[in-house]
Design a protein around this ligand. Structure first.
Ligand code: NCD
Length: 319
């Protein structure tokens, strides 16, 4: 654990983590520093620490998830919390219960932290206004996925030392990606230059108001960037056909071994998962030397421990 200075409470006083848009670079760095302190718990033979002992965390997932859900559950377990797993399919939501009723019922059981993933943008914010428990956003609609972006910048910072001046390309289905949005906030606040790379149909309409550059050609940016983050096409969210064929998309926007020959030797290749091998990224690249995809998953655990720890600490000191 890092030793906490007296002023630290003033850097982090939020009992919710809803997104990164409204956080300062100092607050983001503070979460990353806290995560760094938690990293070594996973290397011990007894992989547990007591900060959340006696606390209850509920994993309230209304959308499918493998990495994020398990990572939050493990993070809460490592901090000694009790964890309740909630899925839409096996809950009373399938009988028509509203999100708010579900959450209030869970709160009546003494839940301290609600980790929520929902297809509706703004669901975590709505919840944070209606219940007393801490709320952590694990992905809402196309809006934000703060812990994914935090683990992304944590991974980059660990390798490069800092994000200042780095050129980062986020490639693929930006329009439907909450990861792209949270990444953009975290990366630019920490001093990186972000370029969204996609066909025009997968670039969000509001892009001019965002702090990013835009390119419609992966071939134009591949040589210049220090980090490349490949996104999955969110087929479950596509209204129409954003490109003529999957083959054509791969041809122009896929990260192939051939394209990698033109990239910097030390380029960092990232992907939030789940990967569609052969579509947005070739297996050779996903499993290659520049790929940090599994590092990202590993770092997610420390980052989520830090987030759970910090929101709980803020809630406890506010009481
Ligand atoms: C992402 C998500 O759910 O937004 N995945 C994740 O959390 N690791 C990205 C995706 O589903 O493609």
């Amino acid at each position: 654990m890092t030793t906490k200075k007296k002023s630290d409470n003033f850097i982090w006083r939020h009992k919710h983590l809803l997104g990164l848009r409204d956080l300062t670079a100092e607050q983001i760095s503070y979460i990353l520093d806290t995560a760094q302190g938690f990293e070594q718990i996973s290397t011990r033979s007894v992989k547990k620490a007591p900060p959340l002992r006696g606390k209850v965390v509920v994993n309230l997932f209304f959308e499918d998830s493998t990495r994020t859900r398990n990572s939050f559950a493990l993070a809460a377990n490592r901090l000694s919390a009790d964890v309740i797993e909630f899925t839409k399919k096996t809950s009373s939501v399938s009988k028509g219960e509203t999100l708010l009723d579900t959450a209030r019922n869970l709160e009546s059981m003494g839940v301290d932290i609600v980790v929520i993933r929902h297809s509706a943008g703004g669901a975590p914010k709505m919840l944070s206004r209606s219940i007393n428990a801490c709320v952590v956003n694990a992905g809402d609609g196309y809006c934000e996925h703060p812990t994914q972006a935090l683990l992304d910048v944590f991974t980059i910072r660990k390798i490069k030392g800092s994000l200042k001046g780095l050129k980062i390309a986020i490639v693929g289905d930006i329009a439907h990606s909450r990861v792209a949005r949270s990444d953009m906030w975290a990366m630019t606040k920490l001093g990186a230059e972000v370029t969204f790379v996609a066909p025009p149909t997968l670039i969000p309409a509001e892009v001019k108001k965002l702090p990013v550059k835009v390119s419609y050609s992966l071939d134009e940016v591949i040589e210049k960037v220090d980090v490349i983050n490949m996104l999955r096409i969110q087929f479950e969210r596509l209204g129409g056909n954003p490109f003529p064929s999957v083959r054509e998309y791969s041809h122009y926007f896929g990260l192939t071994a051939e394209r990698m020959k033109r990239a910097k030797d030390d380029i960092i290749v990232m992907h939030p998962g789940p990967i569609n091998r052969g579509l947005e990224i070739e297996s050779e690249v996903a499993d290659g030397n520049n790929s940090v995809i599994l590092e990202q998953v590993k770092n997610g655990l420390a980052v989520r421990m830090a987030v759970l720890f910090l929101v709980n600490q803020a809630a406890t000191t506010q009481q």
